[in-house]
Write a protein that binds this ligand. Structure first.
Ligand SMILES: C[S@@+](CC[C@H](N)C(=O)[O-])C[C@H]1O[C@@H](n2cnc3c(N)ncnc32)[C@H](O)[C@@H]1O
Length: 229
C-alpha cells in the first residue's frame, strides 16, 4: 500500500508548461547553470560547501520569476538563498538577474519542491521558508494539488532549524482558510499571530507580479507566519 507521501508525489502542485521563454532567459539557463544551478539528485546537499560558507539558509518555494529571492538576497548578503521553481522561463529570469546584480548568495533548483525537500535538503538546515502566492488550485476537484497540505508539512518541518520561521502569503480566500486549517492544526507549529489569525504583511516582503495582478483584480492578501513549537 502507498504511504501518504508516496501518494502525494504522484499528484503534482503544478502543470509543466514551458510558456514563452526569451532568448536571454534561455541563454542564462545554459551559461549560468554551472555557477548557480543545482541539479536534482537523490543525495543530501552539502549546503555550506555549495554556497562556500556556513550561514543561515532561506528557502523560497515556487519562486516564480525570482523577484522576492533577488530583492532579499541583495538586501541580506549575510544569508544564503535557495530558490526552487519548476517553470524554466522563471528560472532563466532569476539566473540572468543573479549575474546582472552580481549576487553570490543564491542557488537555484529546477525541480518539484516535494522531492527536493525529501531527498536533497538535510534535516534541521533551514532558517526561514517562504511560500508566497502558491498556486491556489481554486476548483474543488483540484484542491488535492495544493502544495500546502499535512503531507507537505510532514516533509518540510523536519528540515526546519529550531528557531525557524515559515512565511506564507496568498490572495485567494479559500486557500487562506485552507492554509490556516492545515498549519494551525499541526501541533509542531505555532501561528505567531495567534491561532486563527493572519499576520501583518512582513515589511520586507516585496510585491511580485503575481501579487500585483491579484491586487488589480481587487483580491485581498493574507499573510501567515509560523514558528516551530
Ligand atoms: C503563483 S506563482 C508565485 C510565484 C512567486 N512566489 C511570487 O510570489 O511571485 C507559484 C509558483 O510555484 C511554482 N510551483 C508550484 N508547485 C511547485 C512545486 N511542487 N515545486 C516547485 N515549484 C512549484 C509554480 O511553477 C509557480 O511559478
Amino acid at each position: 500500500m502507498k504511504s501518504n507521501n508516496q501518494h502525494r508525489r504522484t499528484i503534482r502542485s503544478y502543470v509543466r508548461r514551458e510558456g514563452r521563454i526569451t532568448a536571454a532567459q534561455q541563454e542564462a539557463l545554459v551559461s549560468c547553470w554551472d555557477r548557480f544551478g543545482i541539479n536534482f539528485s537523490k543525495q543530501h546537499l552539502g549546503l555550506a560547501r555549495i554556497f562556500g560558507r556556513d550561514v543561515p539558509i532561506v528557502l523560497d518555494i515556487g519562486c516564480g520569476n525570482g523577484d522576492t529571492t533577488l530583492a532579499l538576497a541583495g538586501a541580506h548578503p549575510e544569508n544564503n538563498y535557495l530558490a526552487v521553481e519548476i517553470h524554466r522561463p522563471g528560472i532563466g529570469n532569476l539566473l540572468r538577474k543573479i549575474v546582472m546584480n552580481g549576487l553570490v548568495n543564491i542557488r537555484v533548483i529546477g525541480h518539484d519542491i516535494f522531492e527536493v525537500l525529501e531527498h536533497q535538503v538535510p534535516d534541521s538546515s533551514l532558517e526561514q521558508v517562504m511560500i508566497f502566492f502558491p498556486d491556489p488550485w481554486p476548483k474543488k476537484r483540484h484542491h488535492k494539488r495544493r502544495l500546502i497540505s499535512p503531507s507537505f508539512l510532514d516533509i518540510l518541518i523536519p528540515r526546519l532549524r529550531q528557531n525557524a520561521r515559515l512565511f506564507i502569503a496568498t490572495d485567494w480566500k479559500d486557500y487562506a482558510d485552507h492554509i490556516l486549517a492545515v498549519c494551525d492544526c499541526d501541533s509542531r507549529l505555532i501561528n505567531l499571530a495567534g491561532k486563527g489569525n493572519t499576520a501583518p504583511r512582513p515589511r520586507w516582503r516585496p510585491q511580485t507580479r503575481f501579487e500585483q495582478r491579484g491586487i488589480r483584480l481587487e483580491h485581498e492578501v493574507w499573510d501567515y507566519v509560523y514558528a516551530l513549537r
